[in-house]
Design a protein. Structure first.
Length: 180
């Protein structure tokens, strides 16, 4: 019989897709007001993996990934997605988004994104939100799955998330040293 165990705290990771890079400053301001200080910021990634966002946001599109200092409870992902949806709506106009905000969390063994869209591999976590297992960590690297979004499957993004993972492991060690 398995024994229930409390889940580990997770590293909050939020991906942003936008056409107007100057939106980064106010959007980051809103996100830090919600989730606290930022720990890491990715370089800008060109976002040419899909045309899904083009009708709504235009082109060219860019992605940036923010990582927050405060570790989160995994069960809070649905609430976090609702807050990021509110920030998205704040910057939209004429029922179109100017920024897509994708929160998720990173653990030693996986990277999970939140979404409002159901699919076979997504698990409902409440409040209209699903958890998407996006990457798994195996043999020293993040590996994409059959359904992983192409930008997250791309090597530069996985390299960045591996840096985030190293920082997360350091954070856990520091947290454990505090509690001892």
């Amino acid at each position: 019989m398995s024994q229930p165990q409390p889940p580990h705290l997770a590293k909050l990771v939020i991906g942003l897709i936008m056409r107007q890079r100057e939106l980064i400053t106010p959007v980051v301001g809103d996100l830090t007001a919600c989730f606290g200080a930022i720990d890491m910021v990715s370089p800008w990634f060109d976002f040419a993996y899909t045309h899904y966002y083009a009708p709504e946001m235009g082109t060219p599109l860019f992605r940036r990934v923010l990582v927050f200092k405060e570790l989160i409870r995994q069960k809070d992902l649905g609430d976090i997605k609702q807050k990021t949806n509110a920030v998205e709506h704040r910057y939209g106009r004429d029922d179109r988004r100017s920024v897509s905000i994708d929160p998720g969390y990173l653990l030693r063994e996986r990277f999970v994104l939140a979404t409002g869209k159901n699919f076979a591999h997504r698990i409902y976590i409440g409040k209209g939100i699903y958890a998407d297992l996006t990457l798994i960590y195996r043999k020293g690297a993040f590996e994409p799955l059959a359904w992983t979004y192409p930008d997250y499957a791309d090597r530069p993004m996985r390299d960045y998330l591996e840096q985030v993972r190293r920082k997360y492991v350091e954070d856990l060690k520091a947290l454990n040293n505090k509690t001892e």
